[in-house]
Design a protein around this ligand. Structure first.
Ligand SMILES: NC(=O)c1ccc[n+]([C@@H]2O[C@H](COP(=O)([O-])OP(=O)(O)OC[C@H]3O[C@@H](n4cnc5c(N)ncnc54)[C@H](OP(=O)(O)O)[C@@H]3O)[C@@H](O)[C@H]2O)c1
Length: 231
């Protein structure tokens, strides 16, 4: 089975947390868009941040009209470049703000990963929103199967994540991650029980071993670290 190359990309604190600190969002996106990939993958929790969910009335119609969001300063040329596909893992069918995602300047196409367990009305809603549907799995999204379809049917050969620790943990536990690229801020998280870079769904034998391939000290002492996952 030929799968896309998967790069996990996050800004974290020194204690490995993804919340409870203010990062440099502009730099995170600028450097992230400088990496080479065909698609950005996120989970249903992260995708909620695009905007409010549609109301029950809006869901069955054409949806709300959302004005296109202009590229932020420094990203003006983005719209002329080849943009990645947005891929959202959403087996539960909770993402109902696709018009807001489509108004963003970052993406070219939109794909939702679902399974046999995803409510049928939600899949019909996705089709009304011109969101392509990849279905794999019956109780959760089968991540290897979904990635294989992304490669075979959608021509996606590389994916980078923009997500939290649960999806990252599920991808790692399934042996699907090739690389981690981290911005490590010189901070400790201030949040009690802050979410971590990786939340494994179950333990793994041994450790996930990494090989450092790039290291840069940035102007504010943030570290840019690139690791290849050793197989
Ligand atoms: N600092 C950073 O760089 C950064 C970047 C992005 C996001 N974040 C933060 O990350 C947080 C969200 O983290 P999160 O991990 O809870 O949400 P998430 O990244 O949205 O991940 C949850 C998603 O993973 C899927 N999933 C989890 N385990 C799975 C498995 N075993 N098999 C298949 N699918 C699985 C779930 O699928 P179902 O829907 O099917 O259950 C759900 O869609 C937010 O606080 C956000 O702000 C931080």
């Amino acid at each position: 089975m030929t799968l896309p190359r998967v790069t996990v990309y996050n800004e974290v604190t020194v204690d490995g947390k993804i919340e409870g600190f203010s990062g440099d969002g502009g730099r995170y996106y600028r450097r992230g868009f400088g990496l080479d990939y065909d698609a950005i993958m996120m989970g249903s929790v992260t995708a909620q941040s695009f905007g409010p969910a549609e109301s029950e009335d809006e869901l069955t119609g054409p949806g709300p009209t959302v004005e296109a969001v202009p590229p932020p300063p420094g990203f003006e040329t983005l719209v002329q470049q080849r943009r990645p596909t947005l891929v959202v893992v959403d087996g539960s069918g909770t993402v109902r703000n696709w018009r807001h995602a489509q108004a963003q300047p970052w993406y070219e196409r939109y794909v939702s990963l679902v399974g046999d367990h995803t409510p049928r009305e939600h899949v019909e809603h996705l089709r009304r929103r011109d969101v392509e549907v990849v279905s794999a799995g019956s109780r959760r999204v089968d991540l290897p199967g979904a990635l294989e379809q992304l490669r075979r049917r959608h021509g996606i050969t590389s994916v980078r994540t923009d997500t939290g620790g649960n999806l990252t943990g599920a991808l790692l536990a399934a042996g699907l991650v090739d690389e981690l690229v981290l911005l490590v801020a010189p901070k400790l998280s201030s949040r009690h029980r802050a979410r971590s870079l990786v939340e494994l769904p179950h333990g793994l034998p041994g450790s996930v071993d990494l090989a450092l391939t790039d290291l840069e000290r940035l102007e504010d002492d943030t570290l840019w670290l690139r690791y290849e996952v050793r197989r």
